[in-house]
Structure formats: C-alpha cells, structure tokens
Design a protein around this ligand. Sequence first.
Ligand code: C2G
Length: 445
Amino acid sequence: MIKVITYGTYDLLHYGHIRLLERAKALGDYLIVGITSDDYDKTRGKINNQQTLMERIAAVEATGLADEIVVEEYDGQKIDDIKRFDVDIFTVGDDWVGFFDYLKEYCKVVYLPRTEGISSSQVRSEKQKLRIGLVGSAVFRTKFINETKVVNGVEVLGICASEKGTEPEVKDLFHTSDYDELLTKVDAVYIISKPEKHYIDTKKALLAGKHVLCESPIAFSREEAKELYELAESKGLILMDAIKTAYSTAYARLVLLSKTGRIGKVVSIDSVCTSLRDGISIVGADLSNKWNSMCGWAPAALLPVLQIMGTNYKEKRYCTKFLNKKDNVDAFTKIDFVYDDCVATIKVGKGVKAEGELIIAGTKGYIYVPAPWWKTDYFEIRYENPENNRRFFYQLDGEGIRYEIVVFAKSIAQKKNGSYVSADISESIAQVIGDFNNRVNLVEI
Ligand code: C2G
C-alpha cells in the first residue's frame, strides 16, 4: 500500500484545495492530511484564519478524500509523521517548491501544480474590506497602520488629528480635522485621542453607527463606560477596549494557568509597568499632549489583577507622586487592592523606572513574567523545588496589536463581540482611573 501525506491550513476550503487533495490521493492508496493548528499557524505568521481548527477539519473530512487526518502543531512534525505513519510520498502545492526538499531523506517528495486563480486570501478579501479611521494624537499611529497591513480585510482610510502629532503625516491617507467628516467615510474608528476625550469620541462614533476600538481607559468613570457599552449593544455595534497585552498568547495562557490550580490558590499579584521614554519628567516638558502615568500604564497593569482576581475588590488605596498636580500628571502611582482572600499591587510610572515584571503568587508556587511583561512571549512557573519549574514560550508578533485588529474585524463580521477585555473589566478600569482623578483614598508622597 502506498501512503501519501499532505499538509495545509484549508481555511475556507476551496476548489484549489480540493483539486490538490484529489491529485494527492491519486498518487497512492491511502491519504493522510495534516491540518495546521491555530497556534502553529500563528507562529507561521498566518493570523487571518476565518475558521477554527475544528471547522477546517470538518471541511476536509466532508470531501471524503482523506483516509486519516492529523493536526500539525510544530516545526519538524512532518519528519515525525512520515516516520510514524511509514509514509511513501509527501506532496504539497508547487508554491512550496524546494522548501520541503529536506524531506527527501525520509520519503519521495512531489510538488503538484497549484491551481491558478483561487486562494483563501482571495476568498476572504472578496468580502468588503473594513474601513477604519484613526482619531486623535499621533503617538500610536504608525504602529497601528503597519499592523493593519498584515491583517486581511481591513484598511486604514483616513486620520482625524484633532491634536498635534509628533510624527510625519502618513501618505496616501485622507487627513481631516473634522471628526464628523471622518465618521461619514469609515465603518469603524480606532480612538487614540487624549484619554479625557475617549468617552465623547467613542459616544459620537457609536451614535453615528460606527464600530469602535478605543485605547484604554474608554471613559473616566464606570457609569460612563457602562453607558457606552449599552449604547453599542443597543445599536448592534462592536465596542472594544484596546489593551494589546490581552492579545499576547503567553499572557492569555498564563491567566488561564493561574486558574487551574497549578500554583495553588492565587494570593497575591504584583504588576509593574514603567517607562521614561515619554519624557514627562523632564523639566519644562510640554505636557499638553502626553498621557499621565495612570492613563498610560494602569489599564495594562490592572489587566492581570482584574482578570485573575475579578472586579469585586473590597478596598483600594493609591499612593502618588505628582509631577504636576494641577494637570493631574503623576510621575508614579502605586495602588493596593484588597480582596476577600487575596491582595494585589500595581505600580505605574512615567517619571520613575522599575523592573517591569509580573508576579502571581500562589500557595504552591508562582508565575514569573520577566520585563517587559506587558509584551511578553515568555513566562515561568516556579516552585520551591526548582526541578519542578516550567517554562512557556508563545510567539508574539506586533506586540499583540495585529491579533487585536483580527478580533475586532472578526467581531464586526460575526456581529458578536469577541473582545479579550470584557465590558466588566473595561468598566472597572474606567472606575480605577476615575477614582484616581477624584483623589478617592489617595495619599500623596
Ligand atoms: N493549493 C493549491 N492551489 C491553490 C491554493 C492552495 O494547490 N489555489 C494547495 C497548497 O499548495 C497546499 C494546499 O493547497 O498544498 C493547502 O493550502 P493552504 O491551506 O494555503 O496551506 P499552506 O499554507 O500552503 O500550508 O505545513 C503546512 C504546509 O506547509 C502547507
């Protein structure tokens, strides 16, 4: 019996895939089809899959061409599979010609002509592109625009700069200072205006029927944030709080791990986020276009606390060192949270530098995420006995921003909010910022 193996993603299975499978099957008597896992595709830079692994498997199964299906999860697995299944022929489309010659050591390698004129990207892009407008200061603009370029089905159409930016104008985009004009031309906006404008900018976009991805905090009080989510819901629109850290696979996995009991019961979280590069502590710095430490860092620093311990803390206390109290510019803020059976501390600073690590302490061990933890691809679980320690690595591209854009676009397409930052957490963040602004339980140092 001649055994043939072939691999692919098979997203939105089309005629090109089916023809490939038919010819692969015809090369022998038994066809094994390897289908890439979602995680493996992420590491290969394929982040746009419209279908989950299970949906892709079901589609290949339905062709009736595969005698056996395996999931491809890691680089080098093809060698393992070929040996394991005693495969005679490996085959794949000739868009890969030469790439898999290393398999010739293990079996025959056949590159089949690719079917012209059809591809998953084409099927995806036949749907109308999501047109996004950017609103506000220029700080994150270039990064965001570059990240949209690697996501299928979205395009940045224009920019509304109501505040002066520090970066050169981005070419080929339409620029306006009139927000209403921008809103008439796009399907969705990404809001990066100054934090005090987030609420009003978001509300305006929602009232105009546009989907919103807004940098955190989306408002300065829980009530305002809640109002925005309710407004979005009532109009069938997607509102997402943009915290890129939530979309780092390593971060998402460590949050899940913390809930499985691997480190016992979580008792304490220390989350530190600082940076000096904004220069807000330089004497004479123009603070008009800068975010304070709380708005710049607290949403990210709070994320693990609220996602792991929940939003029902009993008490919180702020200690702040102000640079300029009148304009609410803090050089450093430390917040202590007390829950029924656990505690957390976050430290944020743009005028103070500290090690940006995250430590989640439990009764059996702790999770350690080295600096800068908010854009991490790596963490460890550490125990009393170091022999039991475990290390975890998950590829992170574009600091999580591209995955965030993918989720935003998918949520809009499927009319279902898939944000990794729930409304409850987003509202809680707005409250923590609001209470700071109102000096609730705040000690100045
Ligand atoms: N294909 C084809 N004609 C097309 C499109 C795809 O013959 N118009 C073939 C590809 O060459 C591949 C298979 O269909 O052999 C599956 O394609 P994809 O789902 O795009 O998978 P791919 O990214 O090519 O992954 O480990 C995975 C493999 O490297 C292939």
